[in-house]
Design a binder for this molecule. Structure first.
Ligand SMILES: [Zn+2]
Ligand SMILES: [Zn+2]
Length: 110
């Protein structure tokens, strides 16, 4: 597993986390790509929590300060299947509108 990756917004390239981990536990890989333990930076939380569409987890979305697109969500209250399934280690999930570069590799232009 690759961890401690920088995660950027794919629109405005704001750095939103430097502790991203690849997520492989979710079956739908197009939906979620990364997770982190600590709060993302350069983001703000949506005011309301909501029930996650795929299970009973209570989540709060977070959005990019730079371009206001929704980047992911924070699991506020994991549902029982997720909690007992061992998915409680990473509480900040990033959607596929984020991208990564490794911290220790050279930063060549793309
Ligand atoms: Zn759940
Ligand atoms: Zn952005």
């Amino acid at each position: 597993m690759i961890s401690n990756q920088n995660i950027f917004c794919n629109k405005c390239y704001n750095l939103i986390s430097n502790e991203g981990c690849n997520v492989s536990l979710i079956s739908d890989h197009s939906f979620m790509l990364h997770s982190s333990l600590n709060e993302p930076i350069n983001t703000y939380n949506s005011e309301n929590t909501r029930t996650f569409d795929r299970c009973e987890c209570i989540v709060r979305d977070f959005l990019c300060k730079g371009c206001n697109q929704m980047l992911g969500y924070n699991v506020v209250n994991p549902c029982m299947p997720c909690y007992t399934g061992g998915n409680n280690g990473h509480f900040y999930m990033y959607l596929n509108c984020t991208r990564t570069k490794k911290i220790t590799g050279d930063v060549s232009n793309e």
